[in-house]
Design a protein around this ligand. Structure first.
Ligand SMILES: [Zn+2]
Length: 258
């Protein structure tokens, strides 16, 4: 199994992913359009067996119709995506395990908050989590907005599914928002040296060449939504006495208006 992270250079800086399997098949996650997937299938001589959509927003599904027409592939997503996700053929269930290769599986995480049809996918190698596809739930150095979801629900999702992951788990989000999110961190927590160091790298990185990835351990150092007990963050969002949930919601609101 090999994960290809493809930067689409779209206005919203979307990532599409292709999971290459040992039998010569592949699974596309959130196809921006057909060409971004077809180019890599051709280059690697792979057949497309399925599309997975993390959620129903247009920029995560618009490649579906063309790819289904061309490849006759299945489309897997949340059952709440019915009627919204083109070609949806398999409703994935919370905690379901999808076999990829020998000893490699995807574990389905039901992750409402950004929308109510959102799934994330944990990559397990020998039952050990090594990476996670996070759609618009968790970004590098940030979390998704809740304009078509709910902030308290997202808080619970982030705490239940992501705060508890091992530090080594690599984060594969739906968009490249790293640089902007690090600037947000520094607006709240100017003394965060990890955020400063990563920002310097992000400013010179070219995602089309090679996207920068973070792991959960990195997120704990510079993602304010992982740092809800931090005294400076609490004070700077006027939440000194607030609960972690209060701090999360204050940060989300601050980010919306930033
Ligand atoms: Zn979205």
């Amino acid at each position: 199994m090999k994960i290809h992270q493809i930067y689409t250079a779209s206005e919203l800086r979307n990532f599409t992913y292709l999971i290459e399997l040992n039998d010569g098949s592949a699974i596309a996650i959130d196809p921006w359009d057909k060409s971004v997937v077809n180019n890599l299938l051709l280059e690697k001589n792979l057949t497309l067996k399925a599309i997975i959509n993390t959620h129903e927003h247009w920029d995560h599904i618009q490649g579906n119709p063309d790819l289904v027409a061309e490849h006759g592939c299945e489309v897997w997503a949340h059952s709440n995506g019915e009627g919204k996700i083109p070609g949806l053929s398999r409703m994935l269930l919370a905690d379901e395990l999808i076999d990829l290769d020998d000893n490699v599986q995807l574990k389905v995480l039901d992750t409402p908050g950004h929308t109510f049809a959102h799934l994330c996918f944990l990559v397990l190698e020998g039952a050990k989590p090594v990476a996670v596809f996070t759609g618009d739930t968790l970004f590098n150095a940030g979390v998704g907005h809740c304009r078509s979801g709910d902030g308290e629900t997202l808080y619970k999702t982030i705490v239940d599914h992501f705060h508890s992951l091992n530090d080594q788990v690599i984060v594969y989000p739906g968009h490249d928002y790293l640089e902007n999110n690090l600037r947000f961190t520094l607006s709240i927590e100017p003394s965060n040296v990890d955020a400063s160091a990563w920002l310097a790298r992000a400013m010179t990185a070219d995602p089309s060449d090679e996207p920068m990835t973070t792991c959960i351990g990195d997120e704990r150092t510079f993602n304010t939504f992982f740092r809800l007990d931090n005294a400076l963050i609490k004070s700077n969002v006027d939440c000194e006495e607030g609960s972690p949930k209060d701090v999360f919601l204050a940060l989300r609101k601050r980010r919306d208006n930033w």
